[in-house]
Design a protein around this ligand. Structure first.
Ligand code: HEM
Length: 160
């Protein structure tokens, strides 16, 4: 793995960084650019429908990058020998952050799917109840965690 990493280091770090850009950047643009615009739609049914649709698009785009982020991280853990190094604490912290972000993403996907089903059945209050925490807490939480992970990545890249 070490030889493979040395050979393809630039490409692996690139995959890692581009995945973080798409995941965290995607969440920021949906939450703070598109979402306020959706809130201007007067019809609650149409508004919820648009939000559920945009979230579906976002989750479909980010999911492959979430996996690439993890694979590139595993290659870097092996390649740099991070687990046995003095920087293992940062590596474990980033693994923890990725895990929380991933679980949060899966829960958001489940809530969104439930909301879409409720919208189809005309249960707008139920759909709102499913979607509201996504915008209020879950996406902002993942943005904060993502920014922390990016900072830790910048720190790691300056010391390893
Ligand atoms: C899954 C556990 C993770 C591990 C083990 C890990 C490990 C690393 C390492 C070793 C570097 C330095 C690469 C180098 O310069 O050669 C790095 C950089 C970076 N990481 Fe992670 N990472 C993880 C998760 C994440 C997550 C969840 C994000 C953001 C969503 C992220 C974003 C970044 C970014 C943007 C850089 C580039 C920083 C720079 O070059 O200045 N990482 N990561």
């Amino acid at each position: 793995m070490q030889e493979f990493f040395t050979e393809y280091k630039t490409f692996i770090v690139f995959l890692h960084v581009i995945s973080a850009v798409v995941w965290v950047g995607g969440m920021i643009s949906l939450r703070y650019a598109a979402h306020p615009s959706f809130m201007e739609i007067e019809s609650p049914a149409k508004r919820l429908e648009r939000i559920a649709h945009a979230l579906k698009r976002l989750f479909t785009i980010v999911l492959p990058f979430v996996i690439i982020l993890l694979i590139s991280a595993i290659v870097m853990i092996k390649g740099y020998g991070l687990s046995q190094s003095e920087y293992s604490i940062f590596s474990h912290a980033k693994e923890g952050i990725w895990s929380v972000m991933f679980i949060n993403l899966i829960v958001m996907m489940k809530r969104r799917n439930r909301a879409e089903k409720m919208l189809g059945e005309g249960d707008f209050a139920g759909a709102k109840g499913q979607l509201e925490p996504i915008g209020k807490y879950m996406v902002p939480l993942n943005i904060i965690l993502g920014v922390i992970a990016i900072f830790m990545g910048a720190y790691l890249s300056s010391i390893i």
